[in-house]
Design a protein around this ligand. Structure first.
Ligand code: PHE
Ligand code: ZN
Ligand code: ZN
Ligand code: CA
Length: 472
């Protein structure tokens, strides 16, 4: 639940956000006005880089490398740990710039990114100097702030997006799976200062809509109406989404035409493209709406300031006694309720420890199965974690569509809350540990439930072992 207050202080507009986190404690995070003057100066720099390098910042051309070097140098100076990651493309070598704020819990990574390359026909100032200037200025503002990040912030400036999302794909494909699992959120900004702007929020985030909804609430609090857009494979969040990582992003429009209803709510010109210079040589420093840029970068700031402090629970579960009985299923179904069958010593799938486990689904037809156990969480708890080990193998293609799922749920006197959803997108035939914060349920007796659901074809087996609910 987000609640916003707005007040002025010495001429600066601050937004105090009260983020209610699991466990019921509230953390107020004020996000500052991210400077549109500074972001515009970054765009001036991208324009001069293009002007000095044949008019573009295209993959394999000097204007791209100059853009990457310049962004990296700014972030280095601000105190980021940066990497220039090179990879080859049909148009030559390209580079991702990755910048990590070297503070906060590295087990919980919050990422924002933008593509830094232009098409070959122009300087790419709205597409995507705008997103890059916004992400860069937010990163610089965070470094200059007095914030102490609870989580690890990482910013990505992708190469070769215009050749088919090559940089972001290269990045995720070369991340060890343990590192992929640590990314809690990826936010994408591609075209945020379109001259005839719209305010679109990505609505193609199968791993969860929390960040999408936070973006909408933020814009609503600023009296900016939004529309959802299904961007699918059209920008760099797709690479993260295909790994099951929650994503979100914003977009001010490209070649599409603004309708009269959209012109009524957003101003601008109905019947004209959001960006008439999309992928053209005229996508230059004049091809910007600075009101759009200003609003969008403040939204980036709002998300970064708040997600930097979000409570993702502890990765190391508290070391107290395990409140789950028969947690490794070695006594069969003893202490567990639900549908009969999942708790098994069938050798078709390995147990993590011993020979028993809970093998939910795997039949490849429309069906559900569940298991659960009632647990009392002490009222005196100051930390409470539910941890489980899960192995997922699937015959589903693991593109970007969620088919079969297992939900980790808490049933609290008849109200069911889903803490996490794992799917074909999270497939991993090694057991992976997941840890979820359940402190919100202290003082209650709740049922910890695992609910598997399959659609009509292609099996997914969700195998769970060694469940623990510990408190301190
Ligand atoms: N990725 C597209 C480009 O760079 C722009 C775009 C962004 C289109 C988001 C749709 C949605 O050309
Ligand atoms: Zn483009
Ligand atoms: Zn783009
Ligand atoms: Ca076991």
């Amino acid at each position: 639940m987000l609640k916003s207050l707005r007040y002025g202080a010495l001429g600066a507009v601050l937004v105090a956000t009260v983020l209610v986190v699991p466990g019921g404690t509230a953390t107020a995070v004020e996000s500052p006005d991210i400077s549109v003057t500074n972001a515009k100066a970054h765009l001036d720099q991208f324009q001069s880089i293009a002007t000095n390098n044949g008019g573009n910042r295209y993959t394999g051309r000097p204007g791209y490398r100059a853009s990457a070097d310049w962004v990296k140098a700014k972030l280095d100076t601000a105190g980021y740990a940066t990497t220039l990651q090179s990879f080859s493309t049909s148009a030559g070598t390209s580079y991702n710039v990755i910048a990590e704020w070297p503070h906060g819990d590295a087990n919980h990574v919050v990422m924002a990114g933008s593509h830094l390359d232009s098409v070959s026909s122009g300087p790419g100032i709205n597409d995507n100097g705008s997103g890059s200037a916004g992400v860069l200025e937010t990163a610089l503002a965070y470094a200059a702030s007095t914030q102490t990040a609870k989580n690890r912030l990482r910013f990505g400036f992708w190469g070769a997006e215009e050749l088919g999302l090559l940089g972001s794909k290269y990045y995720v494909n070369n991340l060890p799976s343990a590192d992929r699992d640590k990314i809690e959120l990826y936010l994408n900004f591609d075209m945020i200062a379109s001259p005839n702007p719209g305010y679109f929020v990505y609505d193609d985030n199968p791993a969860g809509n929390g960040a999408r909804d936070d973006l909408v609430s933020y814009f609503t609090s600023k009296s900016v109406q939004t529309e959802f857009i299904d961007v699918q494979g059209r920008s760099d969040h797709a690479a993260f989404r295909s790994l099951g990582i929650p994503t979100a992003g914003t977009f001010s429009g490209a070649e599409g035409t603004k309708s009269s209803a959209q012109a009524t709510k957003w101003g601008g010109t109905a019947g004209q493209a959001f960006d008439p210079c999309y992928h053209r040589s005229c996508d230059n420093i004049s091809n910007l709406n600075l009101t759009s840029l200003d609003r969008q970068i403040d939204a980036i700031g709002h998300m970064i300031w708040n997600y930097a402090q979000k409570d993702y629970g502890t990765t190391e579960p508290p070391t107290g006694n395990n409140l789950i009985l028969n947690p490794g299923f070695e006594s069969g179904a003893v202490n567990w309720t639900g549908t009969s069958g999942p708790i098994t010593n069938n050798t078709g799938r390995p147990a993590r420890t011993g020979s028993w486990k809970a093998w939910l689904q795997g039949n490849g037809s429309t069906s559900t199965e569940n298991i659960g156990q009632s647990v009392g969480i002490p009222a005196s708890a100051t930390a409470a974690s539910l941890s489980l080990w899960i192995r997922i193998d699937t015959a589903e293609t693991t593109g970007s569509t969620v088919y079969d799922t297992v939900k980790v749920q808490i049933v609290d006197s008849g109200t069911t809350t889903t803490l996490a959803t794992y799917s074909n997108l999270n497939k991993n035939t090694s057991y992976v540990q997941k840890t979820l914060n359940v402190l919100a349920y202290k003082g209650k007796t709740v049922t910890v439930k695992f609910l598997g659901q399959e659609d009509s074809s292609l099996q997914t087996s969700f195998v769970i072992d060694d469940v623990a609910l510990t408190t301190s």
